[in-house]
Design a protein around this ligand. Structure first.
Ligand SMILES: [Zn+2]
Length: 230
């Protein structure tokens, strides 16, 4: 995908996440441009977020410097800077503060996959055990080290960071992480929880990886939610 198309798709992601209640007063998203050493991120100033256009995107390099744009990068832009420069598989990064994901971290419930969608994350998820904003280079590096190769990380008492090779995949991971957290919290209320076993998780991961780009679960979830925003 070309740079202009990626920027456009990031704006669509902003609209979808706004409509679904993920992006509210806070939260930000970014896309890395393949072959370049910069990324685009939604600006940090107070805004509606559901009607962003290209002027609301800020271009930032891998040192965190603003290269272009009228706005300023969000205060936690280091999350994106560190992951874009260190993770080949991070084409798109989402940082939001969804209710059930935060609830997991404050109720001491360990993430485990209880649905097929949740199995996308594997058997468990890392937790960044510092209830504070991630602002400095040191904090960003510490969070990234905690995250390792995972597709997502829970930030205790704060929110989540999810990523994907594509914008569609990052949305899928964001949407289904919150859904998975909700299933898990409610299952805990009802009684003993049965997670998917090793074989079931592996089968799900193999299935997702084997699907062609246009019809994989990421594309399907994207198409459904994109239509809902019209
Ligand atoms: Zn935050």
């Amino acid at each position: 995908m070309e740079e202009a198309e990626l920027k456009q798709q990031l704006l669509t992601l902003s609209r979808i996440l706004y409509k679904e209640g993920f992006l509210d007063s806070f939260g930000h998203i970014s896309v890395r441009i393949p072959g370049k050493d910069y990324y685009y991120i939604t600006r940090g100033e107070p805004s509606g977020k559901g009607d962003f256009d290209a002027r609301d995107l800020v271009r930032v390099d891998f040192k965190g410097n603003r290269l272009e744009g009228q706005g300023r990068p969000p205060v936690e832009a280091i999350i994106h800077t560190v992951l874009h420069r260190s993770r080949e598989d991070a084409g798109c990064i989402v940082h939001v503060h969804p209710y059930y994901c935060i609830l997991l971290t404050v109720a001491g419930i360990k993430f485990m996959p209880v649905t097929l969608q949740a199995a996308t994350f594997g058997h468990t998820l890392p937790v960044y055990d510092v209830a504070d904003l991630v602002i400095t280079e040191e904090e960003g590096e510490a969070m990234a080290r905690n995250m390792g190769k995972a597709r997502a990380i829970l930030l205790r008492g704060h929110g989540i960071v999810t990523l994907g090779a594509t914008i569609e995949e990052a949305f899928y991971n964001t949407y289904h992480l919150e859904e998975s957290a909700r299933f898990l919290v409610d299952a805990h209320r009802l009684g003993p929880v049965t997670p998917l076993n090793d074989q079931e998780v592996q089968k799900r991961l193999n299935y997702i990886r084997s699907r062609p780009a246009g019809v994989n679960p990421f594309a399907k979830v994207w198409a459904y939610h994109e239509f809902k925003t019209r």
